[in-house]
Design a protein around this ligand. Structure first.
Ligand code: BES
Ligand code: MN
Ligand code: MN
Length: 463
């Protein structure tokens, strides 16, 4: 058994217990009633960084939740790896659909994880994946095997748009100086198919409000004579896609990058079983933009989805009413070159223009961010690729993801460094859903693979 396998074997129970402790804290950034827990989580992360070998750690205040910073600088002449992750999590709702409470972690076996998986909100996104880096540092320090300087920047607002991280980065350029940014907050294709995430989609998130009459009305006395905001909102939303499932907002596709046939053929080589895909989410057919495959639809193509819609009477029984207002939350996933602020404006203009005179429409922009594509010919990609080869015995597949980590584009703009995304989660890990989990196998593989990235990055950087 090699050195790192032996260390993992010896310490794996403790590695699991430490993660479980972290998962017990409900660090839900979206809900202010969890404020104390979010802050307590930041302090726990700081303490763990110090225990793992950071020689300096700090809670850095921002206008929102703090950023946890840690570093171990061993030699100014060596390259510096900046690890980014987030300690905040999504709300656990709908809580009634969890098999065990979201913040009382349990280990259970699943089909995909016969070795067991930890079930808890944040297990995979991102506490489990972030903590792999803390334990990888511990391993490298304990075994005198740290070939780079390390900095950690762990934030508490990723799940609500990272607004204050931009603020923090702009004010701490020197402190955050690095040669590469390393993140585990994405997924891999399968346990025997390692992959490196080479793209993230951008995001524009808006909320719309449609107002009809100035008060709720009797649907018999007024029905048929006034615009019903829910009927109108439904029509407006339905009109945002055409019969080919293309988005109808004028200008929406203007800057979308069309991939060449060669690139598309390369993408299609990644293993994917559409039958298994359908089965895993309980559907008998797939759906989406005409002319594109499922993997293209959810990575290189932009989308528009309603995330929530409400208004009117939704209590027990029936109430005959024409509501005064209707609302929806809408997200648009964007691809490289689409600018999220521009798209938000296009949406706003279009949505207002399609409203009939019988209603008033308001569009409120929420957060957003640009997409990102990592080159596959840089040394950071090469280093990650070598690391996977050492542990998995095969070359990883580059794969663009449909998810978003809006801050990654800003890292490149502000810190001028490339990001490498080494994700170890599986799509079936149910991030953001009830029963989120993270495989113990994946957790340990991550801890095993990360030190090899440092090793190869140090080697390639010094050439
Ligand atoms: N870790 C995810 C993003 C992700 C997951 C990317 C899997 C690729 C594969 C991140 O925490 C997340 O949920 N991001 C949000 C955006 C944010 C602004 C709320 C998202 O993608 O919805
Ligand atoms: Mn995440
Ligand atoms: Mn998330």
């Amino acid at each position: 058994m090699n050195k790192s396998k032996a260390y993992l074997e010896e310490n794996k129970e403790r590695f699991l217990e430490e993660l479980i402790d972290l998962l017990k804290l409900p660090s839900i950034s979206a809900d202010p009633s969890y404020k104390d827990d979010v802050i307590a989580t930041a302090h726990m992360v700081k303490k763990r960084l110090a225990e793992a070998g950071c020689t300096h750690t700090e809670i850095c205040e921002t206008p929102g939740y703090p950023v946890v910073y840690g570093e171990r600088i061993i030699d100014e002449n060596l390259p510096t790896v900046l690890v980014y992750g987030h300690y905040d999590v999504q709300p656990a709702d709908p809580i009634e659909l969890w098999d065990s409470p979201a913040f009382e972690p349990v280990i259970k076996k699943t089909d995909k994880h016969p070795e067991g998986a930890i079930f808890a909100r944040g297990a995979c996104d991102d506490k489990g994946q972030m903590y792999m880096h803390v334990k990888a540092l511990e391993y490298m320090v304990e075994n005198d095997d740290l070939p780079c300087n390390v900095k950690f920047m762990i934030e508490g607002e990723e799940e609500v748009g990272s607004e204050n991280l931009g603020w923090f980065i702009q004010r701490n350029q020197e402190k955050l100086k690095n040669d590469v940014i390393l993140i585990s907050d994405t997924g891999m294709i399968a346990k025997d198919v390692p992959s490196i995430t080479t793209g993230l989609r951008g995001l524009s998130y808006v909320e719309v409000e449609v107002t009809g009459p100035n008060r709720d009305l009797h649907s018999g006395l007024y029905g048929g004579a006034v615009a019903n905001p829910i009927n109108i909102l439904s029509k407006m939303i339905a009109s945002l896609h055409d019969e080919n499932n293309k988005i109808t907002i004028p200008g929406f596709y203007d800057k979308v990058e069309e991939l060449s046939q060669v690139e598309r053929a390369k993408m299609a080589e990644a293993p994917f079983d559409v039958e298994q895909y359908k089965e895993s989410i309980g559907l008998h057919d797939i759906y989406g933009e005409k002319g594109y495959t499922t993997n293209e639809r959810n990575s290189i193509r932009p989308t528009l989805d309603v995330n929530g819609i409400w208004g009117g009477y939704i209590g027990e029984g029936a109430k005959t009413v024409i509501p005064s207002k209707a609302y929806a939350k809408i997200s648009m996933r964007l691809v490289p070159h689409q600018d999220w602020k521009e798209i938000t404006e296009l949406f706003q203009k279009h949505f207002e223009s399609i409203a009939p005179d019988g209603v008033y429409v308001k569009v409120k922009p929420h957060h957003g961010g640009q997409g990102y594509v990592t080159p596959i010919d840089g040394i950071e990609y090469k280093a990650a690729s070598e690391a996977y080869k050492e542990v998995f015995g095969k070359e990883p597949i580059p794969q663009r993801s449909g998810g978003s980590i809006p801050i990654v584009a800003m890292f490149e703009k502000e810190l001028k460094s490339k990001t490498i995304l080494m994700g170890f989660g599986l799509d079936s890990d149910a991030i953001h859903s009830p029963n989120e989990h993270f495989g113990i196998w994946n957790y340990l593989k991550g801890i095993e693979t990360i030190p090899f990235f440092y090793k190869h990055f140090a080697r390639l950087k010094q050439k």
